[in-house]
Design a protein around this ligand. Structure first.
Ligand code: CA
Length: 498
């Protein structure tokens, strides 16, 4: 029924009830939860609260705790300083809606039914339903983007679809209402309201999901001019000409120089700029707005952390900061995401949990977004359902990497041709290599990250790597099979309807 775990939590010792929360099946948890609501078990008060803060398209390399060359994020950095930074947190399908479905279910796109921008079937079991059934007060504020109404939440107040930055409409428990103000600030404000008004006799699970810094990158007025006269360094791969890659990179329509529109950069470029200068100019304009959007997110994180401290909640609240995927910040001459390449694949993932996580620690093991649900269930003392494909990384949070922890992860992207003509592909990311197969093109790429950390030199056809290719392919097909990817959506993914 449940995966065995050797972990035990400090709060467990504080519970006088003779119950092993780590091993109770869901049905029993539901019975116990109904007792907790009657105030019969004081242990309910000692289970950790969970504040899950997720931005949209916030690349790890635009967070100073991750060594950003382009900006400072002092509040998000507090989580790294007081908690753990994960350096290899990877998304299994690098695009908004699919990543959110993976986070909810702990299952890959081909199992949870959301490979592209299609509707999430909220009748399936998922993380939040399990937490709610176990007695957690569950709420979400901000970007949801899963098409169907949220299920498993006691309270929800979400943006319709992508939402807008200024004077956004929110849907609160089914009721649409237009608000005045800046979206990021409103999401922070509504999250604080939830914290304040929550039932105090239950632990909470609260998702604070920002729209920012997603396109169209409209900053708050107070940040609009902050970056105006700043020269933002260009990434080392800015002039990638894709010469060693498959046809996929050349086909993709997300280039800084060619595909960013005047609407995207919100200004007409100075007349007569030569192409190389125009590219630089567009990059500056793009990044100025992108980074200004992050400034408001960072301030919001600071307000939430301050609230937890002021209200004595910091000790017993797990705080996570992440993003639904990474993003290209001019890397390879791109904006957007989708590709398996590192800037898009990597999610920032910072966790503060004073009872468990040693401050200022860094973890280099491979974790994936399908692991979030199992981890949070285990943190809440619940069994991990066997059909979840991710694995709890609670032991990683304790600083103990299990000997059998994964050294490779499986990736698959489907969304084509919209919106940027990124060819469907699947592949393997290991500690050293990126192997990718563009299935419609029948073309492969291999990058040796030890020698080529920026993935610029495709060595798939280099005879020196023939044996490596063979081994990695075996590993790829094994993992694909284990994860039950039987090409369910290979040729015919569901229709977009989010
Ligand atoms: Ca996104």
């Amino acid at each position: 029924m449940c995966r065995k775990t050797n972990s035990s939590a400090q709060w467990h010792a504080a519970c006088p009830a003779p119950v092993c929360w780590w091993a109770i099946p869901l049905a029993m948890a539901m019975v116990l939860a109904s007792q907790w609501t009657g105030g019969m078990c004081p242990a309910a008060q000692t289970r950790p609260n969970i504040l899950f803060i997720m931005a949209d398209d916030h690349a790890a390399h635009a967070i100073s705790a991750y060594g950003s060359r382009v900006n400072k994020t002092p509040n998000i950095d507090r989580l790294a300083k007081e908690g753990m930074r994960f350096d290899r947190c990877f998304v299994t399908n690098s695009i908004c809606t699919p990543s959110r479905a993976v986070i909810m279910t702990g299952k890959y796109s081909h199992i949870n039914g959301v490979p592209v921008f299609n509707r999430f079937d909220g009748s399936q079991p998922h993380l939040v339903k399990y937490l709610q059934a176990a007695g957690y007060y569950t709420a979400i504020v901000g970007k949801w983007h899963l098409g169907s109404d949220p299920t498993g939440f006691d309270y929800w107040n979400i943006l319709p679809g992508q939402g807008v930055y200024y004077d956004p409409v929110f849907i609160e428990m089914g009721v649409r209402r237009k608000h005045t103000g800046y979206c990021t600030d409103l999401i922070t404000e509504f999250t604080l309201k939830v914290l304040d008004g929550r039932p105090k006799d239950k632990p909470f699970f609260l998702m604070c999901h920002h729209k920012a810094p997603h396109r169209p990158w409209d900053p708050a007025e107070r940040h609009a001019k902050k970056w105006q006269n700043v020269s933002i360094p260009e990434p080392p791969t800015f002039d990638d000409d894709y010469s060693t890659r498959s046809d996929a990179a050349r086909e993709a329509t997300m280039r800084i120089d060619r595909d960013l529109t005047a609407r995207d950069v919100k200004q007409t470029p100075p007349p007569g700029l030569p192409p190389a200068e125009l590219k630089k100019w567009k990059y500056q304009r793009y990044m100025q707005d992108y980074l200004a959007c992050i400034d408001a997110v960072d301030e919001g994180v600071g307000q939430l952390l301050d609230y937890l401290e002021r209200n004595g909640l910091a000790q017993n609240t797990i705080v996570i900061y992440t993003s639904d995927q990474g993003f290209f910040l001019g890397d390879h001459n791109w904006y957007d995401k989708r590709f398996i390449y590192t800037e898009s694949l990597r999610m920032p993932f910072l966790v503060r949990w004073p009872a468990v996580v040693k401050p200022g620690t860094v973890n280099g093991d491979i974790i994936i977004n399908a692991d979030f649900a199992p981890t949070l269930l285990e943190a809440a003392g619940l069994a991990v359902p066997q059909d979840m494909q991710g694995r709890s990384f609670i032991r990683l949070l304790r600083g103990q990497t299990p000997a059998d922890w994964r050294t490779a992860m499986y990736y698959r992207y489907y969304h084509y041709p919209a919106h940027h003509r990124v060819q469907p592909h699947y592949g393997l990311r290991t500690l050293r290599y990126t192997l990718v197969y563009f299935n419609k093109l029948d073309q492969w790429e291999l990058y040796d990250l030890d020698r080529d950390p920026h993935e610029m030199n495709n060595v798939y056809n280099d005879p020196a790597y023939a044996e490596t290719v063979k081994q990695l392919k075996e590993q790829l097909y094994k993992l694909k099979k284990e994860l039950k990817d039987e090409d369910q959506f290979a040729d015919n993914p569901p229709k977009d309807n989010v």
